[in-house]
Design a protein around this ligand. Structure first.
Ligand SMILES: [Zn+2]
Length: 323
């Protein structure tokens, strides 16, 4: 599943292509992409209103928090009453096209005459500063999602003075997501204190998108290894400095992954040009069960924690250290 570095790679590609561009036509080829994995029956009217809401609008920017991505919209094409649950008095710039890659979603930039991939679920014709082309959403397993959403104030970060910072506008589906480690208002000490109040395994705390967003299974395992903390260690029993070390490691490892375009955990993750990242070559524990630890040569162990495959070096990652 794409995590922060992969979604950010896609966001950068989309931003270069789509900022300031107008959507001249929106076409949903498979209505299920507007639903959710638990509600895939999407009425035809919703497809029509989704397409109408987007035609003629301008993409202001491409934004991201954690694994959530959205494009704030401006222009006359948007009408509040054409959006599910919307009001007719809504300001045009209060809406965004939300795009969640899910497990296997791809956002691809194409020429209009390029052959259509069989798993293409939606096509947006765009014209803007970067030229004329198509944004295509390809999703084999349809765990991804597209929707027109309201912009709402998100979770607050930490301001310059250490008090609560500004609440950035985010797509409604991202309203419960905590700041990700790449955001300016993200504070390692503040998040570490939030972790310390949780009587859960460190890995579980890292995967909880409400506290810190963007970290998924791969980078959680990598961050815990780098910090020398066992994934099952109780957050509430760790020294604050150890928790801070894990958060710093998460930020570092994701920054390094972003530099090389992310991790191609399966063939489906590609950037907007169809290229895969190659951070999987630098993974130290994830997917390395039975292979020697890069630091001590102990074979890496795979355990299941909270239903997730977890990779650990039992020698480098000490089970528990009391505060
Ligand atoms: Zn080791």
């Amino acid at each position: 599943m794409p995590e922060l570095p992969e979604v950010e790679s896609v966001r950068r590609g989309l931003s270069a292509w789509l900022t300031g561009a107008t959507i001249t036509r929106a076409q949903v080829l498979d209505a299920r992409i507007l639903g959710t994995t638990s509600a895939r029956n999407v009425p035809a009217e919703r497809v029509v209103s989704f397409e109408r809401a987007l035609e003629g609008v301008r993409i202001v920017s491409v934004e991201r928090r954690g694994k959530y991505m959205w494009m704030p919209l401006a222009g006359d094409g948007l009408r509040g009453d054409s959006v599910a649950g919307g009001s007719e008095t809504a300001e045009v710039d209060e809406w965004a096209l939300a795009m969640h890659l899910g497990m296997s979603g791809q956002a691809r930039i194409h020429e209009a005459e390029d052959q259509l991939h069989p798993h293409t679920r939606a096509v947006f014709d765009v014209a803007g500063p970067a030229g004329v082309g198509q944004l295509r959403f390809v999703d084999q397993r349809i765990f991804g999602h597209l929707g027109v959403e309201r912009l709402v104030p998100g979770v607050a970060g930490v301001g310059a003075t250490g008090t609560a910072g500004e609440r950035r506008l985010v797509a409604e589906s991202a309203s419960g997501a905590g700041l990700d480690p790449f955001e300016g208002g993200f504070s390692v000490p503040v998040v570490a204190r939030a972790f310390a109040r949780k009587n859960v395994a460190m890995k579980t705390a890292l995967l909880d998108q409400r506290v810190v967003s963007g970290v998924g299974n791969i980078y959680a395992d990598e961050a815990l290894f780098e910090a020398g903390v066992h994934p099952a260690a109780r957050a509430s029993r760790l020294r604050i400095s150890r928790i801070e070390r894990v958060l710093e490691a998460a930020r570092d490892v994701m920054a390094r992954a972003l530099e090389v375009g992310g991790t191609s955990f399966d063939a489906l993750y590609v950037n907007v040009n169809g290229e895969s990242g190659y951070f999987e070559r630098s993974l130290q524990v994830y997917g390395r069960e039975g292979q020697p630890c890069v630091r001590c040569s102990t074979p890496i162990t795979r355990v299941v924690l909270g239903g997730r495959s977890t990779h650990v070096c039992v020698r480098c990652q000490k089970p528990q250290r009391l505060r």
